[in-house]
Write a protein that binds this ligand. Sequence first.
Ligand code: GPW
Length: 824
Amino acid sequence: MATKKKTELDLQLNKDQLKASIVRHLRSTLGTSEQKASPQAWWKATAAAVNEQVYERLTRTQQTHFNKDTRAIHYFSAEFLMGRLTSNNLHNLSLYSVCEEALRELGLELTDLCEQEPDMALGNGGLGRLAACFIDSLATLNYPAVGYGLHYEHGLFRQEIQDGRQIERPDSWREYGNPWEICRPESVQEIPLYGYVETVFGDKGGLKKVWHAGRKIKGVPWDIPVVGFGGHTVNILRLWESRASEFFDWDVFNAGGYVDSQAEKAQAETISKVLYPNDETDAGKELRLIQQYFFCACSIKDIMRRYKRVHGSDFSNFAAQIAIQLNDTHPTVAIPELMRVLVDEEDLNWDAAWTICYQVFSYTNHTLLPEALEKWSVNLFEKVLPRHLEIIYEINARFLGDLVEAKWPGDDVIKAKLSIIEEGEVRKVRMGNLCVIGSAKVNGVAEIHSKLVKEDLFPEFAALWPDKMCNVTNGVTPRRWLLACNPELAALYDEVVGKEWPLQLDKLRGVVKFADDKAFQQQFMTIKRHNKEKLVKVIKAETGIEVDANAIFDIQIKRLHEYKRQQLNLIHIMALYRRLLANPDYDMHPRVFIFGSKAAPGYKLAKDIIYAINKLAERVNNDTRIQGKLKVVFMPNYRVSLAEKMIPAADVSEQISTAGYEASGTGNMKLALNGAITIGTLDGANIEIVEEAGAEHCAIFGLNVDEVKALKARGYNPYDFYYANSELKAVLDWFDTDYFTPGKPGELSSIKRSLLEGGDPYLTLADFAAYSEAHQLVDSWYRDPALWAKKAIINSATMGKFNSDRSIQDYVERIWKLERCKVG
Ligand code: GPW
C-alpha cells in the first residue's frame, strides 16, 4: 500500500516530541549537551526543531503551487524589516505554548531564549516593516507569493548614545549564524553590469541590441520561510547576496592578477554589504543604483526560470501568471530589465513585450516628500546600465509621442513635466514617472495620501489614465502586533470575543460593548499596568532612568525626521518643564515622555534633536524641584524587538506629523490596537483611525492638509508665532542658553535656528498652541480612570480595519487579481 500522505494532525507536534527534538538538535546540530549548552545554543536548537515543521510545510506549499501552476505575486522591496522570527513562527504554527511547556521542563524560559535572537533589521522603518507585515498576511491568507530583496550583511546600524549623541555601530545579524535562512546554490544567478551596447544584425533579419557587460556579479539566493498563521502556507522571502563571479575571477587570475582578483571579489561583495540608512532621502549613489539593479535582475531571472520551466518560450501566459509589486521606486529598474529580457534575450517585438510589461507591474508610492523621489543622473545610468538607458529612452519617446501628444497636442510644457527624463544642467531619470508609465496600477497608502498622489503629485498621469490610481490603506499584522507582543491582552480578547480575532480583527468590535463595564475596564487597565511595569524594568536596564508606572506613558517611536516633528514634542516638554519650575503646584498628572528613534547618519539636524532630547532628559530627570512629575526617556537603538516591548505599555501615542507629509504611518495603528490614545494631526492613516475610533476618543489637533496648504500659500512666518506666544518664545530662547548643556551655551541652537531663520518648513510653531491644548485635554481624561479606560478600550477594539490581511485583500481585489491556493 502506498504510504499515506501526512495529515495536518500528523504534523502537529506534542510537547514531548518537541522536547525530544530540541534536545536532539542541541546534540546533533549544535554539537553540545544539556549540561553545557549556552542560551544561544538552546535558542538555535529550538529554532532547528521548529524548522522541521516549517520545512515540511514549505515543501508542501511549493509542490502545491507548482502542481496547480498558480498565479503569484512577487513583492519587490529593497527592505524587509523582519525583526525576530522565533516567537512569530511558533505562534503561526500554533506551537507557542507547547514550546513554552517543553522548554520549562528543560528548565528554560522561552521568552529568555527569544531574547537571544538578533533582529533581522534589513530595513529602515515603516516601508520595510510594511513589507514584512505584507508577506506574513500573504502566507496567512494562502496566496502564492514571493518576497524579493537584498541579503544585506549589515542591516540598519545599531545606535549607541554617548554623552547624549547618536553613534552608529555596524549591525551584524548573522555573525554567529541565522537558523532561519537557507542558502540555495542551485538557483544562483549571474548579473551583468557596466560595459557597452552593440547593434548587430539579428538571425531573423533586422537589428538587434547586444549588451557586452564590463563585469558580472553572482547572485546567491537565501530563502527565509514565511509561515502563515495556522501554518498551512509557507511562502518564501528570497534575498540575494552578491559574490564575485568565478568566471571573471578566473580571467584575472590567469593573467597573474591574484591580488586584483581579490579586489574584484571585495568589490562584488560590497553590493549586498550594507543597507543604506537613509529614510525618505534619495542617496543618489552609484552603489545604491547597483544594489537596486542587482536584486531586481536576479529576481526577474528567477521568475523567468520558473515560468519557462512550465511554459517554455511561450510568453502569452506571462502576464496572467506573474504579478510584480514595486515597493516604492527603489525596484523601478525591474521594468526596463523585464523589457530587456523579453526583447533582447527572448526576441519578442517591442509592442508584445510592452503589453506584457505594463500588465505585470504595479507601483506603491509611500511619500510625497520631494527629497525622497528618486532621480538618477543619466550619466550614471549610462555607465552602469547602458542598455537600460536606451530602453528607457524608447519607452519615453513612445509615451510622449503617442499618448501625451494625442491628449495634449503640441504642449511641450506638459511633455517636459511627464517625461521620464528631467532636462537641466544634469539630465536625470525620474523613477516615479517611469513607474507610473510602466505600471498597471499605482497606489498610495492611506486615503488622504492617495488623493494627494492623484491630485498633487501625478495629476496629468491621473488625467491620462483615470483608472490607474487607487488607494490601499496600510495595515499591520495582528499576530505580531497584538497576539505575540501583548499576550495578556490577547488572552483577554480570546475570552470575550473568541479566538478568531487574529484572523478576523474586525471581531474586536465585540469588545466595544464592554467599554463601560467596570470589571472589564479593570481587567484591561490591569494588563496595561503589567505591560508598563515590564517596560519600567527595560527602561531602567537600558538607560538607568527610574520611572513610575503610575505616570502617563507618552510614546513617540519612529524615525527622526523634521516632518514627523519630534521637535514639537520636545518644545512642548520644555514648556511643561517651565510651567512646573514657575509653579511647583502646576496641576498635571505625572508624565513620562518616551522616545525611540534613529536618525540618518548624515542628517545633522535630526541628530541635534536626539542630542537635545537626551540633554533635556538629563536635566529634567535629575531636577528634584518638579517632584518626579515629568520624566524624559530616550530609548537607544529603537528596533522591531524594542517596539514589541514599548507599544503594549503606551498610554498615549504621538502621531504629530505636519498634515500632508506622513503618507500613512503604521506605528499609529500598532499603538492604538494596544490601547493607546492618539494625540495626532489629521494626516495619513490618523484620519482613518479617527473615523474608526470616533473623534471623541482621540486628541486631534492642529492644521489640516488644506490649512497647511493655505498657510504656506499665504506665506508662513514662524516669527509671528514666536513673538505672539511668550511661552513659545521663552522655550525657543532656552535653546541658546547653557541650561541643558552646562558650560556650553549654544549647543542646541541649531534647533531654534531651524524653527526661525530656517523658516520652520514643517509648521512646528504654527501647531504648538493647539498641541499644548491637546495635551491638556489628554491629561484631564487620564484623571478620570473610567473615562480613560473606556477610550483606550474603544481605540483598541475599533482597529480591525488596520489588519494587514485587509490591506492584502484590497491589493488582491484592486490590483493583483490573485486566487487563494489551499495547501494541505
Ligand atoms: F520615501 N516610508 C518609509 F517613500 O518608511 F520611500 N521609508 C521611506 O523611505 C519611504 C516611506 C519613501 C514610510 C512612510 O513614511 C509612512 O508614512 C508609511 O506608513 C510607510 O512608508 C509604509 O507605507
